[in-house]
Design a protein around this ligand. Structure first.
Ligand code: PLP
Length: 393
């Protein structure tokens, strides 16, 4: 059967592929600490499960409007108004099957063939593939020190073909949280050059110490024209540990939201009615599990960062998400971070994701979405591996 060029050119998500390989090894009895996961290791809040069960038992599990139930759109608009320093109405929101679905919908509705989209690195695996799928050209912008945005380089990369920019704060894979000044400068650039900003805020609630999260919309009152060019992507997967519920949303100007709704009405129909009920419940109830998870991540993060520092690895402080992204170039051979990760898995049974999965060679992503004991064990294994590398040189 002839497969379309569009599908043939699409790479499989490297993190999902790696995660599948590691899980198969573990299922086969291998002793592996899996730090390659991009998924919370907590159950979803009890309120989510209760609302989902009640929805099923009600018997009202039918098609809904393509943009989602009016109740959930209203709950999301209220939630956004309360958290993004900017007012939202239900017509600014389209409920989607996940953050990924919201992102692909937005890109398919914004990108024309030949458009350039700026992607500050490191960048989550799906961005560049989805931009290409939409016919655009991802323009990757190297960071400073493996994580900090280089705003001068972003400015220098803008050409007449540039249409938009992808912002992801807190960032996957680095955990970096853009400062208020950085987000403001990017927002001003977008207005100056007539660009849209696709702001992936899926890790917004997972933020540590006294760090604060800033959405570009925080500057909407100060920078006229900004609100018309910002699209937010978010969902239940990370903040509420609801990955398997597959529910998320895009929020932005009503004409774009209507376009995404048309696209989804033809491709995926209406979102999952059970998951929408669960999402609405956690948004309205703010379950206690959310803060408990965040506090537990904070403790694991402290342990991991102290361990990485002791091992002499360099990294930009990850103040959000559940990842760290240290520089392993001193330990790499010609195979780069991919070879480092292969040997690490083979020799000491520790699974990490190489930075090239995020378009940045020489770094590795460690996820601390696993228990304190497993984080401790991971540090012991990593220490043993680095020691053997040092001894070999
Ligand atoms: N954005 C980022 C930065 C992510 O890391 C992920 C998931 O790993 C997503 C979006 C998509 O999440 P989901 O499709 O589960 O909502």
């Amino acid at each position: 059967m002839r497969i379309s060029r569009r599908a043939s050119d699409l790479a499989t998500s490297s993190t999902l592929a790696l995660d599948g390989r590691v899980k198969a090894l573990i299922a086969g009895g291998a002793d592996v600490v899996n730090m390659a996961v991009g998924e919370p290791n907590f159950p979803a809040p009890a309120a989510a499960a209760a609302a989902a069960i009640a929805k099923i038992e009600s018997g009202h599990v039918r098609y809904t409007p393509a943009a989602g139930t009016p109740e959930l759109r209203r709950a999301l608009a209220e939630h956004l108004t309360a958290t993004r320093e900017h007012p939202f109405a239900p017509e600014h929101v389209v409920v989607c099957h996940s953050g990924k679905h919201a992102l692909s919908g937005a890109l398919l509705c914004l990108v024309e063939p030949g458009d350039d989209v700026l992607v500050p690195l490191p960048a989550w695996v799906s961005y560049v593939e989805l931009i290409r799928l939409a016919g655009g050209r991802p323009v990757e912008i190297a960071p400073i020190g493996g994580a900090r945005p280089d705003l001068a380089a972003i400015r220098a990369a803008i050409t007449p073909a540039t249409r938009g920019i992808l912002l992801n704060t807190p960032n996957n894979p680095s955990g970096y949280v853009w400062t208020r000044d950085e987000v403001r400068e990017l927002s001003a650039l977008a207005i100056e050059h007539d660009l849209w900003i696709l702001s992936d805020e899926i890790y917004r609630r997972l933020i540590f110490d006294d760090t604060t999260f800033t959405s570009p919309l925080a500057f909407a009152a100060e920078l006229p024209g900004l609100a018309e060019r910002v699209v937010i992507i978010d969902g239940a997967s990370k903040s509420f540990a609801m990955t398997g519920y597959r529910i998320g949303f895009a929020a932005g100007p009503p004409d774009l939201i209507a376009a995404i709704t048309r696209l989804h009405s033809q491709t995926t129909g209406s979102p999952n009615a059970v998951s929408m009920a669960a999402y609405e419940a956690v948004l309205r109830e703010e379950p206690p599990e959310v803060e408990a998870m965040r506090a537990e991540y904070a403790a694991r993060r402290a342990l991991l960062l102290a361990g990485l520092t002791e091992l002499g690895l360099e990294y930009v402080r990850p103040d959000g998400a559940f990842y760290a992204f240290p520089d392993v170039r001193p330990y790499c051979d010609e195979r780069g971070a991919a070879g480092f990760c292969e040997d690490l898995l083979d020799e000491v049974g520790l699974a990490l994701v190489p930075g090239d999965a995020f378009c940045l060679e020489g770094y590795v992503r460690l996820s601390y979405a696993l228990s304190m004991e497993r984080v401790e064990e991971a540090l012991v294994r990593l220490g043993r591996f680095l020691e053997s590398r040092r001894a070999a040189t």
